[in-house]
Design a protein around this ligand. Sequence first.
Ligand SMILES: *[C@@H]1O[C@H](CO)[C@@H](O)[C@H](O)[C@H]1NC(C)=O
Ligand SMILES: *[C@@H]1O[C@H](CO)[C@@H](O)[C@H](O)[C@H]1NC(C)=O
Length: 246
Amino acid sequence: MRRFYFTLLVILAAHLGVDSRKNRRNLDVNPTEKSDVQQSMRNKLLHSYSRDDPPLPERATEVRIGFFIQDILPNVERKSLEVNFFFRQLWHDPRLAFDEEELGDESIRLSHSGSIWRPDTFFKNNRYVRSKETPSPEFLLSINATGHVWYVQSLNGEFTCPTLGEDTEDGVHHCAIYVESFGYKTDRMSLDWLSSPVDVDVDLIMSKFVLKNIKKRNCTNRQSGSFACLKILLTLQPRDQRGTTS
Ligand SMILES: *[C@@H]1O[C@H](CO)[C@@H](O)[C@H](O)[C@H]1NC(C)=O
Ligand SMILES: *[C@@H]1O[C@H](CO)[C@@H](O)[C@H](O)[C@H]1NC(C)=O
């Protein structure tokens, strides 16, 4: 659990430019006062806000995505990978911008992810994906003064990989995780990568495979009126073939 919060902090610090000096200054504010300000800002922002409408009325909302992979469990019998990961999404919702002065450079934290519009991204090749809810929901949703929304969820999912364990010419297996928009066509929502799109936990270890590399791919159908699609492609090499193939 401690590692989880540490990871979240690192993620936050890296992407929202949290400055330790600012944090120190905020400590001077009475904590009750601070949470009152947060509460009144939330009420103000969400007053007359429609979470059913995408942020921009005429243009596509660009959603930047990334993965922090903690654990991979390949299952040759089920031809799938079970993966524990943080799924990160960043987008701009100008309706949620606020006056920086009012909150002292802080971000607004939301504890109900359903109160604002969120991208309808889904994982096309999943058998299941669960968000971790116990003992408390593991997600982070924060809005900064310019209305950029940073959403991190801790997920556990199983993704199909039809060729896992099959004989291949080069002795390695390629397994994908597809991210696609469920209902918004590319003129309403587009997908792109975060500046650090795929990170892997340094402690990640698989008993029967070695993770050789992870590549990013664009799986958007080029036809007009299609849905944005990005995928990561994981290359796994069986452990017992190490040395004989390299
Ligand atoms: C909010 O976050 C976005 C994305 O990381 C960044 O480009 C923007 O400068 C940030 N705004 C503020 C006021 O920090
Ligand atoms: C993916 O391909 C589509 C269609 O060619 C293109 O419009 C989109 O910009 C590409 N996205 C990325 C992240 O490269």
